[in-house]
Write a protein of this length. Structure first.
Length: 275
């Protein structure tokens, strides 16, 4: 596969012209490092929470604002750089949806670059949890499960240059742009309406539905004899992963925004009317 260095709708920057085939080969040969990273990450969570159990929460407002600001900028840039190729497929290419999911043809140098950057960034994003531990904020299963599985999956599949990563990277960058901006403003003490939080969780659920849909479409294409340059193991893992995320995010949405707490239930009045 020869990537397009100048497809006509976006120009690569100097750092997007690196030899990503060598980087691809290195990650493909060493993807299991992500498992070690995940094990260290989970161990640090356990040790960190035990260590903090007898300590007062740390005040990390400044570093937290800076962290979220960096990730906001990074996510916006990633979305701006990856969206044009997906847009080109969907709106300016015959059978664009099928090709965007199943075809490696016309994968640009920019896409190769940002798939690598995206893969590496999943290690960086583990740092989110450090702030939760240091602030003694609630740490839910969804948070650390999502971080570990996404990181392992991206490292495992990067070497195959799975064409559906056009979708995964672009959509993830887009939602993270909104998510980290939201967290940054919250860390700054800006009072935000609850509706923004509802919208953010809804977008995350839609992202999981997109992941399920693109993988089901890949299976449909293969079953109909269409060429689909995806490994079956990638499809199976991604489908299970996105399905589990959908269940967890949907449950989080229900528990957070719809389920009424016991304190919110009307008090019993022993037959007396409330005045």
């Amino acid at each position: 596969m020869n990537p397009l260095t100048n497809p006509g709708y976006i120009e690569p920057y100097w750092f997007e012209k690196l030899d990503f085939f060598k980087l691809q080969q290195w990650i493909d040969a060493n993807w299991n490092l992500s498992i070690y990273f995940a094990a260290i990450y989970v161990a640090l969570i356990y040790l960190g929470r035990n260590w903090m159990s007898k300590k007062a929460p740390y005040k990390v407002k400044g570093p937290l604002i800076f962290w979220n600001m960096l990730l906001t900028i990074f996510s916006i840039v990633g979305f701006v750089r990856t969206y044009p190729e997906l847009h080109q497929f969907l709106f300016h290419t015959k059978n664009g949806l099928y090709k965007s999911v199943c075809s490696k043809d016309n994968m640009t140098q920019i896409t190769l670059a940002w798939q690598f950057i995206f893969t590496i960034s999943k290690v960086w994003e583990l740092g989110d949890t450090g702030f939760i531990v240091l602030r003694k904020s609630p740490l839910i299963f969804l948070h650390w499960y999502h971080h570990t599985t996404v990181m392992i999956y991206t490292w495992f599949t990067y070497g195959s240059q799975d064409p559906v990563h056009r979708w995964f990277c672009t959509v993830n960058f887009g939602i993270h742009s909104f998510m980290y901006a939201y967290y940054m403003l919250r860390a700054m003490g800006v009072r935000l309406p609850k509706s923004l939080s509802v919208v953010l969780t809804s977008l995350q659920i839609i992202q999981m539905m997109m992941g399920i849909a693109t993988n089901l479409f890949s299976i449909y294409a293969m079953n109909n004899g269409w060429a689909c340059h995806r490994r079956k193991i990638n499809i199976l893992i991604a489908l299970l992963m996105y399905a589990s995320y959908f269940v967890l995010f949907a449950n989080f949405f229900y528990q957070t925004y719809y389920k009424r707490s016991p304190s919110a239930q009307p008090k019993k009045t022993s037959g007396k009317k409330l005045k």
